[in-house]
Design a protein around this ligand. Sequence first.
Ligand code: SF4
Ligand code: SF4
Length: 404
Amino acid sequence: MSLDRMERRQFLKSSSIGMLAAGCAWPGRAAAQTGKAQEIKLPTRPLGRTGVKIPILSFGVMNTDSPDLIKRALEAGIIHLDTAHGYLRGNSETAIGRVVKERGDRDKLIIATKVWLARDHQTGGFSTQASGRGPAATAENLNQMLNLSLTRLQTDYVDILYLHSCDTAQMVNYEPLMNAAVAARKAGKVRFIGVSCHGRVPEVVRAAADAKIYDVAEIAFNLQREDKEDTEKAIAYAKEKGLGIVAMKTQGGKRRDEKVPMNHKASLKWVLRHEEVTTAIPGMTTFDQLELNLAAAADLDLDEEEKNYIKLGSLQIGAMCQSCRACVPTCPQHVDIPTLMRAAMYAGSYGNLSHAEWTLSMLPEQYGLQVCGLCETCIAACPHQLNIGGKVAELKKTFRLPLA
Ligand code: SF4
Ligand code: SF4
């Protein structure tokens, strides 16, 4: 049943970021009158070779710590909750842990978390002890994070443990972390191992499918990504190899043509109409979004408006960072621009200032936003026409750093 307006207001107030999320570019209440959450039957698909089947809609618990929203999603038939060690500085995992404990049905749910290990901002790969450039990505760090995540989630195991943001084949094949993840699986703390990635998606998917230890890849996949055709080929390869595919950023991006508003249902359906995708994990923050996504997943047929939107989307690629790193050599300071662009997306498009701040805090100062303060004008260039300077300025304003 839909909540009345007063309950919605109370929810938005009670969620730590609900007020921010309310300002996101999602359709309003009227547009979400598409069905009652409890009555929708979600189709399921196999998660690669794992033997597990999951409804095609899951919940990316990234931008909310609202127990009510998590409960409602589970009541509606969602069984897979995706979080990460760093989301909302641990509050996402804590909220999931409380809800699942209260429901008492841990064994019926699929809980995934991610561990973010230190990287070398010169190479774009994991940081090694040998490089001497900051802390290294080690098995010890992975275990510490995993143990803390299990405590917050109030569980002995996670169903999927991802190595967070592996954006190159080299990161996928980084043996110290692969071995640590396998050891955690042997110890019963993890059922399945995966990688998540935002950039070089086709390369990462193929590498994960070939690496043997991985069961799942969680990938940025949407209508507006420039690598979508290559990604389609890569996920077909993944399917052959038994690698499950979880799609994130499904409704990501911002249209270059601002006159055409984002059609969230069409965007989600476009992703889910790829049968190689096991499930999608939209980062919902309101009951309206949940209802809209449930309705989209329950019926993947496209109406005329959705068909037209997708046709247009295919012709007009949105201004969205592809995490390709082509801009990094054009910045005189070698700032980690893809990470800044991701933080700008979390702050601007998702309204999740907490995650934007956490993302920025993961960058050593010499590769972070602070260094941008030295430039009068941003001269970094993006071959995908992203306005890097504009987004850097927005970040500096949001996080109150001095503008040059
Ligand atoms: S800003 Fe442009 S060049 Fe840089 S990573 Fe993003 S898409 Fe690639
Ligand atoms: S403002 Fe632009 S050019 Fe200057 S450091 Fe930041 S990203 Fe690099």
